[in-house]
Design a binder for this molecule. Structure first.
Ligand SMILES: Cc1ncc(COP(=O)(O)O)c(C=O)c1O
Length: 404
């Protein structure tokens, strides 16, 4: 059960915040053992209001790539804060960061900084419309690109025209993509894709290279732009743009979450071909040029370039996946572990309503391991082999508990 202090905070929140804690951070649909509030975070761990520690496999839903409170990243942030953060004009760090990004990521010629992933995906939509002079976008059904009316998953507050000019297709289905592009006809402005299928509740899917290449070809044939939304998976699959390894370079790509290891920064990046359109759309925000998150990002990108953070998270994720599979089998359970090992979604077979998955993740939460029952999770570079061994011990006990 949530602690009394956590429950009291939830009640106070409900009085003064709409619906209490809203959006993806709400634990309303998780087990009652998942705390809503945390007092602090460090490295790979969170501490709840009672001081109980959790090994955190949600990583703040993505921003925590290297560890919470990373010393070098946060030192750069604090140093820049003392110099100036939100000012009447940008700090030189903005130019340095854009240059760094352009030099680091193939196919990127420019960077437009913003705050949330949603800002970047919306700027991508506007850039594609300006560049092509067309309106329609083709995107995958169920994919998340943010909470603005054009891409909100819910219907409340969304008007009938907000999601007009959009045609949906099934991710990884070449024929269905071709059908959607044909339907868009001469009005196709962009194909929007996420680098992997990481929709909530359903199994994750790696991209089929044939799908990725066909999306590129269709854009080339029609003059539309290919937008890869790297907000969630950026720098967790590769050190560059997520589809480049398959030989597919997008025209536009959105980034956020891990870009400054937890400091608020996102970006739309693109190729020279659509730079002029990006310079003409009206997008801005009071905090978009804040310098301290940019200083934090410079250090984050250096660590991304110079360390084995990625291989480390893949290695740990693979151990977790293999060993969990065996443990589950020992207890007579089948697990569905989908997506890349370092961005896993773990549910039970024959558990369509997720009751078992919810119970198991609740049992894990009581044992200090924070797993999510229906959203993909993340490993971070601050996790160790000992953390994974500890997770497996606790998972074993949690399997036994839900079995009985
Ligand atoms: C793929 C993807 N795109 C866009 C967004 C929106 O990012 P933000 O929540 O920072 O606005 C998210 C957020 O989860 C995401 O996962």
């Amino acid at each position: 059960m949530r602690s009394e202090s956590d429950r009291t905070l939830c009640e106070r929140a409900a009085e003064v915040m709409p619906g209490g804690v809203y959006g993806h951070l709400s634990v309303a649909r998780l087990s009652s053992s998942h705390p809503q509030f945390f007092a602090r975070a460090k490295g790979a761990h969170l501490w709840d209001m009672e001081g109980r520690r959790y090994l955190d496999f949600m990583c703040a839903f993505g921003p925590n790539l290297l560890g919470y409170g990373h010393q070098a990243v946060d030192a750069a942030y604090v140093e820049q804060l003392a110099l100036g953060d939100v000012m009447t004009g940008p700090s030189p760090v903005a130019v340095e960061l854009a240059e760094t990004f352009v030099n680091m990521v193939d196919g990127v010629d420019w960077v437009l900084f913003c705050k949330n992933g949603n800002d970047a995906t919306t700027a991508a939509l506007m850039t594609a419309r300006k560049h092509t002079g067309r309106a329609t976008i083709v995107r995958a059904k169920g994919a998340y690109h943010g909470s603005a009316p054009w891409c909100a998953l819910g219907e409340a507050g969304v008007g009938p025209h907000d999601q007009a000019d959009q045609i949906f297709h099934r991710y990884n289905d070449v024929e269905d993509l071709e059908r959607a592009v044909k339907q868009a006809g001469k009005d196709l402005a962009a194909i929007f894709v996420s680098p992997i299928k990481h929709d909530i509740i359903v199994d994750q899917e790696l991209p089929d290279p044939a799908y990725a290449r066909r999306a590129r070809e269709l854009c080339d044939e029609t003059g539309a732009l290919l937008v890869v939304d790297n907000v969630r998976a950026g720098f967790r699959l590769t050190r560059g743009c997520s589809w480049t390894a398959m030989g597919v370079t997008p025209d536009l790509s959105s980034w956020g979450k891990a870009l400054a290891n937890g400091h608020a920064l996102s970006a739309l990046t693109g190729s020279n071909a659509c730079k002029s359109a990006a310079s003409k759309i009206f997008v801005t925000g009071s905090f978009w040029f804040a310098a301290a998150p940019m200083a934090a990002s410079l250090v984050t990108l250096k660590i991304i370039r110079e360390t084995d953070y990625l291989e480390h998270t893949i290695r740990l994720g693979e151990t977790l996946r293999t060993e969990l599979h065996s443990l589950a089998q020992n207890h007579g359970f089948g697990l569905k572990q989908t997506g890349p090992a370092q961005i896993p979604l773990i549910t039970f077979e024959d558990d369509a309503d997720l009751t078992l998955t919810r119970d198991w993740t609740g049992a894990l939460a009581r044992r200090g391991i924070y797993f999510h029952p229906y959203h993909n999770m993340f490993l971070c570079a601050a996790m160790t082999e000992a953390d994974i061994a500890h997770t497996l011990e606790q998972a074993d006990a949690a399997f036994a508990e839900v079995h009985s």
